[in-house]
Ligand binder design. Structure first.
Ligand code: PEP
Ligand code: MN
Length: 335
């Protein structure tokens, strides 16, 4: 159920409706809009009777929400949301590129990558300090030292930092350093972690699980919003299919499909979809053409020496060329 308040309704009327919802045993979620405030309701098992609410002073209408996800739905929030990460806006026409290495490996490596990202016009810096690796013997990330190096790279370049939290323990550390917490594909349905980032006051970059449907991705985002954190950016990073010419299959259709269902910004990660360098550029451009609000791209000053995901990392000059092509595609979209 979505309660839409009259444009001239008072804060007291809004609070009275919220109090009524709480008295019924449910949770009200006020959603301020450009013209009027709406209130989402969660916690109800079945449909609610709109007549209970339309009689309350200041209420314009009560609309039944048909989707299982409510707060992330376009039905409850028709305007596209803007998420701000360290002063950089994403969504509703604000396009942002997050670039950096898969993992933070050394001071020299992350500083060089950050400078290359900045030079090419990226808006944020990525780099994993806690890495989800298929093999327990593979490089697992520098941990806290990696976070400190990211902070140093941010201080030098001014780029806000996006980095992954693997579990509740690393989340605590990530929250003290990062501007945006990445929840990786393997953790998309780690509900305890989703609830915890939902309680945090930091933007979240939520990646689609490699076999997750759009609905499952949106339900995962709903966990975060339902805890009070509305700053969620979604990310399509490719899904598992029978195709073996790429690491994953970039689901380009997911971008317009998500935009139709949800107000949250959507990024495309061409790197983890591609797995190999030569596919990264074309997939990035396809994502932009499909309407993505930005990109998440892995770059590395010396990909052959990378400790993770080297084969898919763009070298700085290739990334610069890609950024020019991205600008051209974006220009073509407004024409
Ligand atoms: C990453 O961004 O480095 C990463 C591990 O991505 P994903 O969770 O999409 O596999
Ligand atoms: Mn990676």
């Amino acid at each position: 159920m979505l309660i839409v308040m009259e444009q001239d309704s008072s804060p007291e009327q809004l609070e009275a409706v919220c109090a009524r919802i709480r008295a019924m045993g449910f949770t009200p979620h006020p959603i301020p809009g450009a013209h009027r405030t709406a209130i989402g309701i969660t916690g109800n098992a079945g449909p609610l009777d709109p007549r209970e609410f339309v009689v309350l002073p200041g209420v314009k209408e009560a609309i039944a929400v048909s989707r299982p996800y409510k707060l992330v739905s376009r039905e409850t929030h028709p305007e596209a949301s803007v998420v701000e990460v360290g002063g950089v806006k994403v969504g509703a026409g604000h396009f942002a590129v997050i670039a950096g290495p898969c993992s933070v490996e050394s001071r020299a490596q992350i500083l060089e990558a950050a400078r290359a990202a900045r030079r090419a016009g990226a808006h944020m810096l990525r780099g994993g300090a806690f890495k989800p690796r298929t093999s327990p013997y593979a490089f697992q990330g520098l941990g806290r030292e990696g976070l400190e190096l990211l902070a140093e790279a941010r201080a030098e370049t001014g780029l806000p930092v996006v980095t992954e939290a693997l579990d509740l323990r690393s989340l605590e550390q990530v929250l003290t350093f990062a501007d945006c917490v990445q929840i990786g594909a393997r953790n998309m349905q780690n509900f305890a972690l989703l609830r915890e980032v939902g309680r945090a006051r930091k933007p979240v970059l939520l990646k689609r699980g490699m076999s997750a449907t759009i609905e499952e991705l949106l339900m995962a985002a709903e966990y975060v919003l339902s805890e009070g954190n509305r700053e969620v950016i979604l990310c399509e990073r490719g899904v598992r299919t029978f195709a073996n010419h790429a690491r994953n299959t970039l689901d380009v259709a997911a971008v317009p499909a998500i935009r139709r269902l949800s107000h949250l910004p959507v990024l495309v990660d061409p790197s983890h979809a591609a797995g190999v360098r030569h596919l990264v550029g074309p997939l990035a451009l396809a994502g932009v053409a499909a309407g993505a609000d930005g990109l998440l791209v892995e770059i590395h000053p010396q990909p052959e020496q990378a400790l993770s995901d080297g084969p898919q990392a763009l070298r700085p000059p290739d990334f610069e060329a890609l950024m020019r092509q991205v600008a051209a595609v974006r220009q073509a979209l407004v024409a």
